[in-house]
Write a new protein. Structure first.
Length: 142
């Protein structure tokens, strides 16, 4: 299959996050991804996009754009915002060996994204945060 693309742009408002699962589901279904992987991908995207919505624009309105590119071999999601610079890949993974009470707040979202996805890459280009996450897939389409 040739690479196909889809795009979703949301405002940095918590209510807007409700649009994300339907977008991820439709992309995954078109790509022929199995249902178990769809749930994991939804979790990874929700973690990554929620962080942008909550923290990229502390005192202003902004948008988050999620571009999906997919083939029979992979799903790539590119999350772009023009908020404050933040590289989540530099954040240390949460120490999951500690109890919830002992752990510091934060870091679990990027930990989950790293566990689920095969590749996580961050760039800051022309005032934009660009987080690219890729999952290799075995398409269920015949």
């Amino acid at each position: 299959m040739e690479a196909k693309t889809r795009q979703l742009t949301i405002k940095n408002e918590i209510e807007e996050l409700t649009k994300l699962p339907a977008f991820v589901d439709s992309v995954c279904e078109e790509a022929g991804v199995d249902i178990a992987l769809i749930a994991s991908l939804n979790l990874a995207l929700e973690e990554a996009v929620t962080n942008v919505v909550l923290y990229a624009y502390p005192d202003s309105e902004g948008t988050v754009t999620i571009d999906a590119v997919y083939t029979d071999e992979y799903l790539k999601f590119v999350i772009t915002d023009s908020g404050i610079a933040f590289d989540p890949t530099k954040k240390e993974d949460a120490d999951t060996t500690l109890s919830a009470e002992e752990r510091t707040i934060g870091g679990l979202g990027i930990f989950l994204v790293r566990q689920i996805m095969d590749s996580v890459n961050y760039e800051r280009i022309d005032g934009h945060n660009i987080l690219t996450i890729i999952k290799k897939i075995e398409s269920t389409k015949e």
